[in-house]
Design a protein around this ligand. Structure first.
Ligand code: DAT
Ligand code: MG
Length: 151
């Protein structure tokens, strides 16, 4: 529904490469509603929890190292089918498989430097939002453009 939320993070390479504004611009222009945002230097335990499902993968330690290599911009976006739509806007996990017009398709080349994270399901979004944000960091503000975006 309209009140679905997803967790989006600009990864350290995205921050270093000054892609934060461009990425936020795409979500704003699409019409999604920003309810949380912060610059964080994520800890190793937080990242291991975040990527718990990938702990057996050969690239896991490299992934944690990459994600710790600089600050991350953590965000929560709200809107109609935002979890699925954000994944479409991101492109595929491997930028080589991502179409032009997607964030990964437009801004990066390698899977280990794919500039952005987005939750892959509503359930994972809820888990990731509660992992990265305290409830008081999520702001419910009036979405005055809602009648212009939803029927
Ligand atoms: P996604 O970020 O698209 O949800 P994922 O959850 O499967 O993809 O993996 C999380 C991250 O791990 C991904 O963004 C980049 C890294 N990763 C995935 N597969 C990889 C691989 N084969 N080699 C190196 N890094 C990989
Ligand atoms: Mg994933």
């Amino acid at each position: 529904g309209v009140y679905e939320r997803t967790f989006i993070a600009v990864k350290p390479d995205g921050v270093h490469r000054r892609l934060v504004g461009e990425i936020i611009r795409r979500f704003e222009k699409k019409g999604f509603h920003l309810v949380g945002m912060k610059l964080v230097q994520p800890s190793e335990p937080l990242l291991k929890e975040h990527y718990w499902g990938l702990r057996q993968k050969p690239f896991f330690s490299g992934l944690i190292e990459y994600m710790r290599s600089g600050p991350v911009v953590a965000m929560v976006w709200q809107g109609l089918d935002v979890v699925k739509m954000a994944r479409r806007m991101l492109g595929e996990t491997d930028p080589a498989d991502s179409l032009p017009g997607t964030i990964r398709g437009d801004f990066c080349m390698e899977v280990g430097r794919n500039v952005i994270h987005g939750s892959d399901s509503v359930k994972m979004a809820q888990r990731e939002i509660s992992l990265w944000f305290n409830p008081d960091e999520l702001i419910c503000w009036e979405n005055s453009s809602q009648p212009w975006r939803y029927q």
